[in-house]
Design a protein around this ligand. Structure first.
Ligand code: URA
Length: 203
């Protein structure tokens, strides 16, 4: 699928989501925070849910946690426009409470379709809710920064669980760890490309 087709499919998906009156949290939210970035991104960042500023602007990670995410991307010389960023929940939960399992489930088909269209090489989960989508039953303090090979609906994906940037803003130690984990990302993307080239050469 070429970029243009991906862009069209993402636009259609956003429209479908916007029109879906069954989605939870729709009534209390100001805006749908669909996600944004390169439709052909190799890196896909999956956060938790929109906060105050994301809800106001309809864009993911534009508040304090977003400022840190931007700095972390800058540290690996990766422009934000070249990755894709979204959340497991696309409407803001009241008072920024944790998302409920049934809410995560309601948004999941949309998130899955975003992944299917974009076909990223690496998914970076930010926080425990997005981590649990791919790697259930593990502790983030144990697995953060470690790449996990995941068979995602028949496609091989690398999932890298990371702490949520908001947690890093509250703890110097978590900040140190998320900075260290980010530095591993460029190599992981290159490695997954090497595997792909090897596979292509075999055909
Ligand atoms: N926290 C998240 O998980 N997502 C956002 O978009 C903003 C803050």
């Amino acid at each position: 699928m070429v970029d243009e087709e991906k862009l069209i499919r993402l636009r259609e998906l956003k429209k479908k989501m916007w029109e879906d009156t069954t989605l939870p949290l729709r009534k209390s939210a100001t805006n749908l925070v669909f996600g944004e970035g390169d439709p052909d991104a190799k890196l896909f960042f999956l956060g938790e849910s929109p906060g105050y500023w994301e809800d106001q602007k309809g864009r993911p990670f534009v508040g304090n946690a977003g400022a840190l995410l931007n700095q972390l991307l800058y540290s690996i010389k990766l422009p934000r426009e070249e990755v894709f960023i979204t959340n497991v929940i696309c409407y803001r939960p009241p008072e920024n409470r944790d998302p409920f399992p049934e809410e995560i489930e309601a948004f999941a088909p949309y998130i899955d379709e975003m992944i299917e269209v974009i076909k990223p090489k690496v998914i970076v989960t930010l926080g425990r809710f997005s981590m649990a989508k791919f790697i259930p039953g593990v502790k983030i303090t144990v697995v953060h920064g470690k790449p996990h090979g995941v068979d995602w609906k028949g496609t091989k994906l690398t999932v890298v669980p990371m702490f949520h940037p908001a947690a890093a803003l509250r703890s110097g130690e978590v900040l140190r760890q998320i900075k260290e984990d980010f530095l591993k990302l460029p190599e992981l993307v290159i490695d997954s490309e090497k595997v792909e080239v090897r596979q292509m050469n075999l055909v």
